[in-house]
Design a binder for this molecule. Structure first.
Ligand code: ADQ
Length: 472
């Protein structure tokens, strides 16, 4: 059992996001962490998003509700090398099996190591002996090894929000041996799906790590044992049901619904990222319009995609590719009173977004690879159980491991996605209800509280470890 009363939970992630006034969220990690900290409280430590040219001092601490936000600034070189560089031009693409997107630079790898050491130094200044530490995502793999090297023996866990690549993909990355070795300094390593855990295990038999799998997802490592297990992230179902319900009365949503003029809404919501399969999705929708000409004027695809990582070339390229593709499809099919794609390049407040999900007959979530994909879960949670919409979901999203009653498609196969959407639009009410009820039960079982409690319990159950793998 978690002893919540007397141990402080310290969450560490690259970026700390203060709750925004309009409720718009920057991405899945933020949504998950804020929901996880909401009940239990604790400290959220990380970068504040600001750049400075001075050596950053001790963390700034701001308290909101029962969360202490402890943040530091980075300098321009840190940002370019650690964040834009090794994290997002090397680790992000390899974790999504998109090796052609890797742009490696040895200086970026140095920056990655330097900033992890900086995080450890700054975090050390606020740590207490009883704290339990939960580190999030690929930016911070070496953090536990840095803390161990500085003498900290607190329980430290790591959760990976993106897929874990198999060794054959990971070995393409310079520094992969260092990553695997430092990963073994954690007490608990968490993944979204059994696929990721299996991929991690492919690394354990390689000579670059000194580890041996034991039973029950325990792994023997130098100086002790760690637990590597599956902790699928979930959503706060009741919160989404409430938001989606409240949104129905809002002016914003009513005006959106009126503007559809009775047409069926197909919705896609993603950060603008090449892993989300957005170009492939637009081309699949074009195929749908070609294959089912009679349905054309009855459908609207609303694709909401706020830009992220602007200034990184591949992200600027995907943005302009999407603008061109949506413009071309709209030019080809539009009528005086109908435009087939509404492409929005901005964040939407959470209540309105959940209301849009509830109104949409089809949710399309077709990443070419995704750790989990919270949008898939939010779409299901937001539906009216009496008349639910249908989820069309990529088999390459982690969410497909749980949401097996969605229409599962291959995002690279335009015909399959087009037919999947057509199938969703024509599905009888009884079947829609059955599929939705089954997926909602899964969402309730694996909700955000279950994710947080199971991970923290695993961390508290760690056995004492001796000398941990160092960072050298
Ligand atoms: P992301 O890649 O950011 O997360 P996802 O899981 O879909 O992807 O989460 C996106 C979140 O941002 C959702 O909660 C969504 O509602 C919100 N969002 C997206 N666009 C929005 C918009 N225009 N306006 C408002 N809100 C918007 C990473 C991994 C995922 C993993 C999560 C959580 O890449 O695979 O599921 O972390 O672990």
């Amino acid at each position: 059992m978690t002893d919540k009363s007397d141990r402080r939970l310290i969450i560490v992630s690259n970026r700390v996001a203060m709750p925004r006034k309009n409720g718009a969220a920057a991405g899945g990690l933020t949504v998950g962490i804020l929901a996880a900290l909401k009940d239990q409280g604790g400290v959220w430590f990380g970068w504040n998003g600001r750049l400075t040219d001075r050596e950053s001092g001790p963390p700034d601490i701001v308290t909101r509700d029962n969360i202490d936000f402890a943040t530091i600034s980075l300098n321009q070189a840190d940002y370019e090398q650690y964040y834009n560089g090794y994290s997002n031009k090397v680790l992000w693409p390899v974790c999504h099996y998109l090796l052609d997107f890797i742009q490696y630079d040895a200086a970026d790898f140095d920056g990655y190591r330097r900033v992890n050491a900086l995080f450890a130094r700054k975090l050390a200044s606020i740590l207490e002996p009883d704290d339990i530490i939960w580190v999030h995502d690929y930016h911070l793999i070496p953090l536990a090894a840095e803390l161990r090297a500085a003498g900290f023996d607190n329980p430290i866990g790591f959760f990976l929000h993106v897929p874990f690549p198999s060794y054959e993909a990971l070995r393409a990355v310079p520094g992969h041996d260092y990553l695997l070795r430092t990963l073994c300094a954690y007490d608990v390593i968490g993944f979204h799906t059994p696929r990721d855990l299996a991929a991690f295990k492919t690394c354990l038999s390689e000579p670059v790590v000194d580890a041996e799998p034991l039973s029950d997802n325990r792994v023997a490592v130098a100086g002790g044992e760690l637990i590597a297990d599956v902790f699928p992230i979930g959503v706060d179902v009741d919160d989404i049901v409430e938001l989606a319900g409240k949104a129905q009365g809002s002016k914003k949503l009513r005006s959106m619904v009126e503007s559809l003029n009775g047409r069926e809404l197909i919705i896609g919501v993603d950060r603008l990222d090449y892993s989300k399969g957005l170009t492939q999705r637009l081309l699949s929708y074009e195929r749908l319009l070609e294959k089912y000409p009679n349905a054309q004027n009855d459908l609207v695809l609303m694709q909401i995609a706020p830009p992220t990582r602007t200034g990184v070339r591949t992200y600027d390229e995907i943005r302009s590719e999407l603008e061109q593709t949506s413009g071309r499809i709209n030019g080809r099919f539009s009528e005086a009173d109908w435009v087939p794609i509404r492409y929005l390049n901005k964040g939407i407040d959470r209540k309105t977004l959940m209301g849009m999900f509830r109104h949409a007959a089809v949710g399309v979530v077709t990443p070419v690879r995704d750790g989990m994909n919270l949008v898939a879960k939010e779409y299901i949670a937001a539906q009216d159980p009496a008349d639910p919409g249908v989820l069309v979901l990529s088999g390459l999203a982690g969410a497909a491991c749980e949401l097996d009653q969605a229409i599962i498609v291959n995002p690279y196969d335009r015909d399959e996605v087009a037919d999947g959407i057509a199938h969703a639009l024509n599905m009888p009410l009884e079947e829609r209800r059955e599929r939705h009820a089954s997926m909602l039960a899964t969402l309730r079982q694996n909700d955000i509280t279950a994710w947080r409690t199971r991970f923290v319990d695993a961390l508290l159950s760690r056995t004492h470890r001796g000398a941990a793998p160092g960072v050298a």
